[in-house]
Ligand binder design. Structure first.
Ligand code: ADP
Length: 494
C-alpha cells in the first residue's frame, strides 16, 4: 500500500489533485470497482493506455489492448481485490509498450486504486542486459578455455561449461565449494594461504601474469593447464576470475614433433652416410677399376716370363684384383643397407605429411615474412610412403626454399598436390626465390654440390634417392615468373 498512499490517492475517483504531481513523472492514477467493472483513469493513465482524453475506459476494451497473458493476469489481480503489482504489454499507436500497474484496496471497500507507470526504458535496459548476459554465457560456453569465478575466500561462484568438461564436475557440484577441490597437492592445502597472503600484502604472483599449473579432475587424474587470473570488485567484494586452458593436447603435439624431429635427424644421418658411401663408391670405382686393369695387364706380361716365381706372383695379382673389386662392393652394399633398412611404407595422408613437415621445416618462417600456401588435392590425399623419409624430403625442400627467398622481396611458398598419370600423386614446392640458373640445374642433384657457404650439398641427392626408392621421380625447374619449383611423385594408395 505504500506506493499508493505515497501519491495521496484516497477515493480513487477524484484524480485531479494527485495527478498533477505525478503526471510529469509519467505516472497515472486509476480506480477500479470489481462489482461494476468500471475502470477510471487520470489523464496520464488515458495516454499511457492509449485512450483519448475524456473517452471512457471500458474495461473490456482495455483488456483487448493488452497482450493476452498480461490481460489475464491483470484481470485476475483486479478481480481478486487485493494488493497488486502487474507488468503488462499494451498496444498503443500500433506499438507495444511496457507498463507497470500497482494498486491496493481502498479502505474497507472492495474498490481498488493505484498507479500506472511507463517502464519501457527499464524493460529495454533489462532486455539489453539479458541479451548481453546470454551473449556472454554463450561465448563462455563455446570457448575452449574454462572460466571459473571465485570470491576472496576461494569459494567457487561460477563454473563455465568448458570447466565442467575439463574437470568433470557440474556447475551445481562445483559452485559453493573451495577452488582447491580442483588442485592436486601441494597447491590444494596451500591455496587458502595464497589468497590470504594476497589479501594482506597485495603482492601479485599470478594475477595478470598467467602460468602453467596442474589441474585435478573429479576422477583424481591430473593434467597440465595454463592459468591466467583477473581480479574484479563488485558491490564492495573482491572476486577472481580464472581462465584455464587444457595443455594436454599441446604437450602431446609437442612431444610428437620432438619425436618426429629426432626421427628425421636420425634418418638424415643415416642417409647422409649412405649418400657419402655411394659417392665414395662412385669416386673409388675408377681408381679401383684402374687397379684391376693394371693387375690384368701385369698378369699378361708375366705369362711370358721365365721367372720361377711367376706362378706365385700371378696368384698374388689375381688376389689383389679380387680385393679391389670387393672394396667397391663393400661400399655399395653399405649404401644399400643404410637406405633399405629405414624404409617402412604405409598409407599416408599427403595433407598430414605436409602439415607435419611444415611444422618442422618452417620454424621461423613467420618471422622471416614467408607466406605459406597449400593447394592440396583432397581427392588424391593418400599415398604409399615411408612417412619419416618423405617428411625428410619435404623438410629439405621447404628449408631450401626458405633459404633461397631470404633476399627476395616477395616470399611466397606454395605446396601443391595433384593426381598425375600412372597412379602417382605429384607434390610440388614452389618459391619466389632467385630460381635455378642452368649451371646449378645441371648439378643440383649431385652429391656434395652446394652454392652455400655452410652447405653440405647432400639434401637434394638424398631426397632424389628416397623418392626413386619409392618408385617416384624428382625434378626441378625455374618458374616462368621466377623462383624454383621442385616436384616429386609418390605412388597413390589404391
Ligand atoms: P645444401 O642446401 O646443403 O646446399 P642441397 O642438396 O639441398 O644442399 O641443395 C643444393 C643446392 O641447390 C643449393 O646449394 C642451392 O644452390 C640449390 N638450391 C636448392 N634449392 C633451391 C631453391 N629452392 N632455389 C634456388 N636454389 C636452390
Amino acid at each position: 500500500m505504500e506506493g499508493i498512499n505515497h501519491f495521496e490517492v484516497d477515493s480513487g475517483l477524484s484524480h485531479a489533485h494527485a495527478d498533477a504531481s505525478v503526471t510529469s513523472a509519467g505516472v497515472g492514477t486509476w480506480a477500479f470497482d470489481p462489482a461494476t467493472r468500471s475502470f477510471e483513469g487520470s489523464l496520464t493513465t488515458h495516454s499511457l493506455l492509449g485512450f483519448p482524453e475524456g473517452q471512457e475506459i471500458v474495461f473490456e476494451t482495455l483488456l483487448s489492448r493488452i497482450r493476452d497473458e498480461d490481460a489475464r493476469r491483470l484481470a485476475e489481480a483486479l478481480e481478486a481485490a487485493a494488493d497488486l503489482d502487474v507488468q503488462i504489454r499494451v498496444l498503443r499507436d500500433g506499438q507495444q509498450h511496457w507498463l507497470r500497474v500497482r494498486g491496493g484496496v481502498v479502505g474497507t471497500t472492495d474498490r481498488l486504486s493505484g498507479v500506472i507507470l511507463d517502464i519501457d526504458r527499464q524493460k529495454t535496459v533489462e532486455e539489453a542486459l539479458r541479451t548481453r548476459e546470454e551473449h556472454l554465457r554463450s561465448i563462455l560456453d563455446t570457448v575452449p578455455d574454462a572460466m571459473i569465478v571465485i570470491d576472496e575466500t576461494g569459494v567457487i561462484q561460477r563454473f563455465s561449461r568448458a570447466a565442467e568438461r575439463m574437470f568433470g564436475y557440474t556447475e551445481q557440484e562445483a559452485v559453493g565449494r573451495n577452488i582447491n577441490l580442483l588442485m592436486p597437492e601441494p597447491d590444494r592445502t596451500r591455496h587458502d594461504d595464497y589468497l590470504d597472503r594476497y589479501r594482506k600484502t597485495g603482492e601479485r604472483r599470478i594475477i595478470g601474469v598467467g602460468r602453467i599449473a596442474t589441474g585435478k579432475r573429479v576422477d583424481g587424474s591430473t593434467f597440465p593447464i595454463h592459468l591466467s587470473v583477473g581480479e574484479m570488485n563488485s558491490a564492495g567484494r573482491r572476486y577472481f576470475t580464472g581462465f584455464l586452458r587444457d595443455l594436454t593436447e599441446q604437450q602431446r603435439t609437442q612431444a610428437n614433433l620432438q619425436q618426429l624431429q629426432s626421427e628425421i635427424a636420425h634418418v638424415s644421418r643415416l642417409s647422409a652416410m649412405g649418400e657419402m658411401a655411394s659417392a665414395l663408391a662412385h669416386e673409388l670405382n675408377q681408381p679401383l677399376a684402374a687397379i684391376s686393369n693394371y693387375m690384368k695387364g701385369s698378369r699378361r706380361l708375366l705369362a711370358a716370363s721365365p721367372d720361377p716365381n711367376a706362378a706365385t706372383i700371378k696368384t698374388a695379382l689375381d688376389k689383389a684384383s679380387e680385393q679391389a673389386i670387393r672394396a667397391g662392393q663393400i661400399i655399395r652394399r653399405l649404401r644399400d643397407f643404410v637406405l633399405r633398412r629405414e624404409s617402412e611404407r604405409r598409407i599416408e595422408s599427403v595433407g598430414r605429411l605436409v602439415e607435419e613437415a611444415a611444422a618442422l621445416g618452417l620454424v621461423g618462417a613467420r618471422e622471416a615474412g614467408v607466406l605459406l600456401r597449400l593447394h592440396l588435392d583432397s581427392a588424391s590425399d593418400l599415398v604409399v610412403a615411408d612417412r619419416v623419409q618423405v617428411q625428410q624430403v619435404l623438410v629439405n625442400l621447404l628449408r631450401n626454399a626458405m633459404e633461397a627467398m631470404s633476399e627476395s622481396a616477395r616470399r611466397e611458398l606454395t605446396v601443391a598436390s595433384a593426381r598425375v598419370f600412372d597412379g602417382m600423386v605429384e607434390i610440388s614446392v614452389s618459391d619466389t626465390g632467385p630460381g635455378l640458373p642452368d649451371t646449378v640445374l645441371a648439378k643440383l642433384f649431385q652429391p656434395f654440390f652446394t652454392t652455400k657457404e655452410a652447405g653440405m650439398g647432400v639434401g637434394l641427392s638424398i631426397s632424389r634417392t628416397i623418392i626413386e626408392a619409392h618408385g617416384g621421380q624428382m625434378r626441378a625447374e625455374t618458374n616462368p615468373t621466377g623462383g624454383a619449383t621442385f616436384r616429386f611423385t609418390l605412388p597413390a594408395a589404391a
